[in-house]
Ligand binder design. Sequence first.
Ligand code: FAD
Length: 384
Amino acid sequence: TMKNKVDIAIIGGGIIGLYTAFELAKRGVENIAVYEKRYIGSGSTFRCGTGIRQQFGDEANIRMMKRSVEKWTTLGDEMDFPKFKMAKTGYLFLLYDEEEVKTFKRNVALQNSLGVPSKVITPEEAKEIVPTLDISEVIAATFNQTDGKANPFLAVYGLARKLRKMGIEINEYTEVKDIIVKDSQVEGVRTTKGEIKADIVLNAANAWAKIFNEKLGLNIPIEPYKHQGIVSEPFKKGEIKPMVVSFKYGGAYFTQKANGGLIGGIALKYGPTWDLTPTYEFLREVSRNFTRIIPALKHISIIRQWGGYYAETPDHNAVIGKIKEIEGYYLAAGFSGHGFMLAPAVAEGMAELITKGHTSLPFDFYDPYRFERGELREQAVQMG
Ligand code: FAD
C-alpha cells in the first residue's frame, strides 16, 4: 500500500525523477515517493538515442556534462548493477564548411579549457575512427573519446531496483492529478490512488510539466514536440563505435548499439503536439541522410521506428530550480534532446538544492525565470 504522507513527492518516473530520488536517498532523505502515470521510463527516457556528450558550446552545459560523465562512469557500481556501463565510444561531429569549423573550433577550445579532451581532427582521422564514412565532402571533424552512450533501460531498471532496496516507494500507474497548494505552500499531491501529504514536490514530468505549472498559474514555456528514432537490424559489431553527428545531413545522429543494431534519428520535428504517431516522412529522411553519411547503410534494414517527446523551451535548455511563488515546489523539466545525458548532474544539483538550499553546479543557467526577464541562453546543440 501507498504511503499517505512523505517528505518529498516526485512527479515522473523518468531518468530525472528516479536519479533525483537516488541522490536524495544517498543524502539520507528516506521518506521519498515517485509517482509515475504509466510505467517507469515510458515517457521520453526509453525513447531516447542513448547519447552522452560533453561537446556543448557553453560553459554551463559543458560543466554539467563533465560531472554527469563522472557519475555515469560509476553508476553501475553505485547501484550494485555492474551490467550497466557507460560506453566511452566517443562522439564524432562531421563538419562541412568553414563557418561550422569556426564554431566547433571555438567550442573545442572552451571544452578543453574546462578539462574535456575533445579535439579537431582531419577527415582522414575521422575515417580511421569510422572506416565506412564517406568523407568526400567533410572538411574537418571534432572527436571526444570520453563522450559515448548508455542503455536507458538498464539505467532505469538499475535505479529502480536500488531505490526499492533503499526503501523508496515507486508507484507506477499512479497519475498525479494536482499539486495541492495552500497559502503559497505545497501541501501534497492528489493522485488517481488518493491524496498524499508532502511539504516538497518535485515536478520531473518533462513534456507534461507545463500542465502542473499552468494549473498553478505559472507561465514557464515548455512545449512537447514529436521527434522520432529508429533501430536497424544488427550488422558487424564495432563498425560504428562513436555517435556520428552531421548537421548538414538532416541533423543526423546515430551509433551502433552493443547488440550490433544502429540507433539514431534526425532533427526533423513536429509540433507543438501531443501526437506521437511515427511518420513516413521521417523514415524517408532518415534513410536519405544516413546513407549520405555512410553509403553502406543502404544494405541495412530499419526494423523499428517510434515517436517521443522533446520537451522544448524557447532556448532548448531545461528549466531547473526552486519556484519562488510556491514554497516547496521544485521543477526540473524541458530537457529537449539532452535530458538523458544530463540526468546525473541535474539529480545531484537538485538533491543539494532541496537538502542544502544551494548547489555548486551551474543551475543559474537553467533558471526558470530567465524567459520572463527576456534572457534567452545561447542555443544548445539540440540533438542527442
Ligand atoms: P521522461 O522520461 O519523459 O519522464 C517523465 C515522466 O513523467 C514520464 O514517464 C511520464 O509518464 C510521467 N508523467 C507525466 N505526467 C505525469 C503525471 N501527471 N503523473 C505521474 N507521472 C507523470 N537525450 C539524451 O541525453 N541523449 C540522446 O541521445 C537523446 N536522444 C533522444 C532521441 C529521441 C527520439 C527523443 C524523443 C529524445 C531524446 N533525448 C535524448 C531526450 C531524452 O529522452 C529526455 O530529455 C529525457 O529522457 C528526459 O527525462 P525525464 O525524466 O525528464 O522525462
